[in-house]
Ligand binder design. Structure first.
Ligand SMILES: [Fe+2]
Ligand SMILES: [Fe+2]
Length: 354
């Protein structure tokens, strides 16, 4: 029988569930095959499950994508509202600081990210919500806010002390502040930049550093602004630093920065699915980025998608059931009653989380 995805608010007593349903902390809430009753539906709401698979017994059941389901929740609507308001505030604070109208106020700036962080249940949940926001226009301060939130979550995954996480969050927020000093017509140009324009964009890390170097800010934050485009193999800019020459904060911001850039929709390409990003990192990331930080980041990202339904490049859909630590972008997928081990099926890959 055909299986369809529905939102939790469309679930009705009598529908038969077509997948095992887990909470965000990986607890099994409802098993496959169960026939929904009001008590189960309440439980789904209690655990904030966005949606589920049911057997199509009723032709009127409309299918929803994962992102649509996420966006339909009250929780997401609230998150989005806080997020949009915060983006405006960040833009305001950055520009008045750069114009010399206000002093740099770290606590005030971090209030912005704190407001958003309070709307999420845990780190993975925050990242998931950020995916829901992806379709809007991509602006520097929005990217800055995302990187800041990712850095905050990342710092927690690395078990950093609270004060360090705070500074790291600030580093994410400020990392591209120098882009506000780059001509707008270059930043918002449609299509690819020419060499000269690209060289101008590349000055943003040094310009940003010069703008904040005398402000009362933690030196690691200043280094992150200056060095977030340096790469461990020396291929980065502005100084071509290698390994230990790069501040650890800059190495962390670099990973968060690239992750946000790849998972966002850009004018010239669509967002890459998180498994695709992890695959890119596995292919050439270990020379460029700090291997320890990168490994922690990739593991946590992949684990947060356990029990999600994904579509493979051959069109089949299945559930992520097991993560392979040696090939993080290639987990085991259950399709119907069979299992596909992507680490052994090199022609197959995850195309989309649905
Ligand atoms: Fe940058
Ligand atoms: Fe950036």
């Amino acid at each position: 029988m055909e299986v369809v995805r529905i939102r939790t608010d469309q679930a009705k007593a009598g529908m038969r569930v077509a997948n095992d349903i887990y909470s965000s902390s990986d607890q099994l809430i409802i098993t496959k095959g169960a026939v929904l009753d009001e008590r189960m539906i309440t439980r789904l709401r209690f655990y904030n499950v966005y949606g589920l698979l049911v057997y199509r017994e009723d032709k009127a059941v409309k299918e929803e994508s994962y992102i649509e389901m996420l966006r339909s929740t009250q929780e997401f609507k609230k998150f989005n509202h806080t997020y949009v308001g915060t983006v405006d505030q960040v833009e305001g604070s950055f520009s008045s600081f750069l114009k010399g109208e206000t002093e740099f106020d770290v606590e005030e700036l971090l209030k912005n990210t704190d407001n958003i962080l309070r709307e999420g249940r845990n780190g993975s949940h925050i990242l998931e919500m950020l995916h829901g926001i992806r379709d809007y226009d991509d602006l520097t301060y929005m990217h800055s806010l995302n990187v800041s939130l990712i850095c905050n979550v990342f710092g927690g995954w690395l078990k950093f002390p609270e004060e360090d996480i705070k500074q790291l969050t600030l580093a994410g927020l400020l990392h591209d502040i120098g882009k506000m000093l780059i001509p707008r017509e270059i930043l918002s140009k449609d299509g690819k930049l020419d060499d000269e324009e690209y060289e101008i964009v590349k000055t943003h890390s040094l310009k940003g550093y010069q703008a904040i170097k005398d402000a009362p800010i933690d030196v690691r934050v200043k280094h992150a602004v200056l060095m977030h485009h340096e790469r461990c193999d020396g291929s980065g800019y502005p100084n071509g630093f290698v390994g230990d020459q790069i501040d650890p904060f800059a190495k962390i911001v670099a990973i968060a920065d690239v992750y946000d850039a790849m998972t966002s929709n850009r004018r010239y390409r669509h967002a890459i699915c998180p498994f695709g990003v992890v695959e890119n990192f596995e292919r050439d990331g270990f020379l460029k980025y700090d291997p320890g930080y990168l490994m922690t980041f990739m593991e946590r990202i992949v684990i947060s998608y356990l029990h999600n339904i994904v579509r493979l490049n051959d069109g089949r859909e299945g559930e992520v059931v097991m993560v392979n630590r040696l090939a993080l972008s290639r987990p085991v997928i259950r399709i119907g009653t069979g299992f596909v081990d992507l680490s052994k099926e090199h022609k197959l890959m995850i195309e989309k989380i649905i």
